[in-house]
Design a protein around this ligand. Structure first.
Ligand code: NAD
Length: 503
């Protein structure tokens, strides 16, 4: 049996239980359908086949989950950090044990290629281990002596939090948001994306198997405008950690305003990869291709705008076309596949609409620009050349395997183009001129910049964007800044003078 057929058979064995029972919520430790019994269907982008019915929850389900999270909060907050650490490490162990199941389900639900997803489960486990280790120092603070007081600071968990995740790499992103919340001592209501609910359910099951007390982690499925909205409006939920589109972020901010929600937003991007003629062009080419065509281009940190110096642009684009046309599009469970289908027809329609937009605006489709095959939501990896930075294909987040190439003549123009966007998540800079790299990294408006490198995530570093790409940072201690409140306590050292009124 080929590897592909073997993977399909293994996947079927994992999916059987979801086909029988559907994907239910997990509230206060119990698996349950939506209170009013409604469901929606999740389908595979590979062939549009039905995967399972999913609980379509509303405000009443969110209310039950938020109450459970509130009830569970005091005991979870007060549990010794070493105990919390043990449970988080146990979750990581169980993720590793079920890594194959997670990877296969993620590929089938999202269309991501197995070559990338097989590592996503392990990265999810790493997120839990990283924050498990940090749990014991989450409450650490400072000692700030004054003449009269010994001032100390400590951090306390903010309370029950809502976590809303998108459909791209849903497993990894869920672990990335939930692990620090739990390590900080918060309880969680998680609303995963409606297009990819499968692995969020597996993850919540794992957490309970690992011994997480009931109510600490509640999973509620549903649509953004119903379950998601209700979560952002619930008065028991103290903060919302959201990953998704910029326009949704702004809606959530408005929805959360009446209850004064703290928000953390990881939003969209239109990230530049800037290639100067003095760079190592072979490595720059590899990195530019990897950062836009891996993960089907459905990646917030993708390098979707290529800014290339005009002296090398013809040769660089020619090599790009050759490589892009060689990318292996195919079944996501085939280990040789480099690009699978887009997540859903809705997204396929959006991405492919930009092929006409590019033509209308006067760009050239130098590679791709067509559907791949007749079934499923596959597209050819696509390259637009002769584009201007003010074209829609250079300004809007397409969120697919689509690269827009724009030429510049000098450093000043490269900087102007890089910053001429509403977004500011990442930038990638390719040059061997150290002073230029220093100048540009100082002036580029982005939360994260890599010089002579693709995006290589290091968990202790801050992750997040500026402008329309987000508010707040994840990673290391920055995650705790969001999930915890600072508390100051002043102890009198002696008998300092207290003003006496009415004496
Ligand atoms: P989306 O904004 O459509 O949906 C994200 C989540 O929000 C889903 O769970 C959805 O149900 C929910 N939602 C929708 N409307 C809501 C509302 N009114 N109230 C509460 N919740 C609501 O995003 P998507 O299409 O699922 O994901 C793709 C987007 O995510 C892209 O823009 C991408 O750049 C971004 N993203 C950003 C990062 C980052 O770290 N910056 C990481 C991954 C993805």
């Amino acid at each position: 049996m080929s590897d592909l057929n073997q993977n399909i058979e293994t996947l079927k064995s994992h999916l059987a239980r979801f086909q029988d029972r559907g994907i239910e919520n997990l509230i206060d430790g119990s698996s349950c359908p939506a209170i009013d019994g409604q469901t929606f269907a999740t389908t595979s982008p590979v062939d549009e086949s039905h995967i399972a019915h999913v609980a379509r929850s509303g405000a009443a389900d969110i209310d039950a989950a938020a109450r459970a999270a509130r009830a569970a909060f005091p005991a979870w907050r007060d549990m010794p950090a070493l105990e919390r650490k043990k449970i988080l490490n146990r979750i990581a162990d169980l993720i590793v044990e079920r890594a194959e199941e997670i990877a296969l389900c993620e590929c089938w639900d999202t269309g991501q290629a197995l070559r990338f997803m097989s590592k996503a489960a392990l990265r999810g486990a790493e997120n839990f281990r990283f924050f498990a280790d940090k749990a014991t120092s989450a409450r650490d603070g400072q000692q700030l002596q004054s003449p009269t007081l010994m001032n100390v600071t400590t951090r306390v968990p903010i309370g029950p939090v809502g976590i809303i995740t998108p459909w791209n790499t849903p497993f990894m992103l869920s672990t990335w948001k939930i692990a620090p919340a739990l390590a900080a001592g918060c309880t969680v209501v998680h609303k995963p994306a409606e297009f990819s609910p499968l692995t969020a359910r597996i993850l919540a099951e794992i957490a309970h198997e690992a011994g997480l007390p009931d109510g600490v982690w509640n999973l509620v499925n549903g649509m953004g405008e119903d379950a998601g909205k209700a979560l952002t409006e619930h008065s028991d939920i103290k903060a919302i950690a959201f990953v998704g589109e910029s326009s949704t972020g702004s809606r959530i901010m408005a929805q959360g305003a009446p209850t004064l929600k703290r928000v953390h937003f990881e939003l969209g991007g239109k990230n530049p990869v800037i290639v100067f003629d003095d760079a190592d062009l072979d490595r720059a080419l590899d990195a530019a291709i990897f950062m836009i065509y891996s993960l089907n281009g459905e990646r917030c940190t993708s390098s979707s705008r290529l800014l290339v110096q005009d002296s090398i642009a013809d040769a660089f684009e020619a090599k790009l076309v050759e490589r892009v046309n060689n990318i292996r599009v195919g079944h996501p469970l085939d280990p040789n596949t480099e690009m699978g289908p887009l997540i859903h027809k809705v997204h396929f329609d959006k991405v492919t609409s930009y092929f006409d937009t590019a033509r209308e605006d006067g760009a050239v489709i130098a590679a791709g620009g067509t559907r791949h095959g007749d079934t499923g939501w596959f597209v050819r990896p696509t390259l637009f050349t002769q584009a201007q930075n003010d074209m829609r294909v250079a300004q809007e987040e397409i969120f697919g395997p689509v690269l827009t190439s724009i030429r510049f003549s000098d450093e000043q123009e490269a900087l102007t183009l890089a910053n001429a966007t509403d977004y500011g998540l990442t930038a990638y800079l390719w040059t061997n001129d150290l002073s230029r790299a220093m100048r540009l990294t100082n002036s580029i408006e982005a939360g994260m910049i890599w010089v002579n490198s693709e995006n290589v995530r290091h968990l202790p570093t801050p992750f997040g964007g500026v402008k329309a790409s987000g508010i707040g940072r994840d990673g290391g201690d920055w995650s705790f800044e969001f999930y915890m409140e600072q508390k100051h306590i002043g102890f009198a050292i002696g008998q300092h003078k207290i003003p006496r009124l009415g004496a």
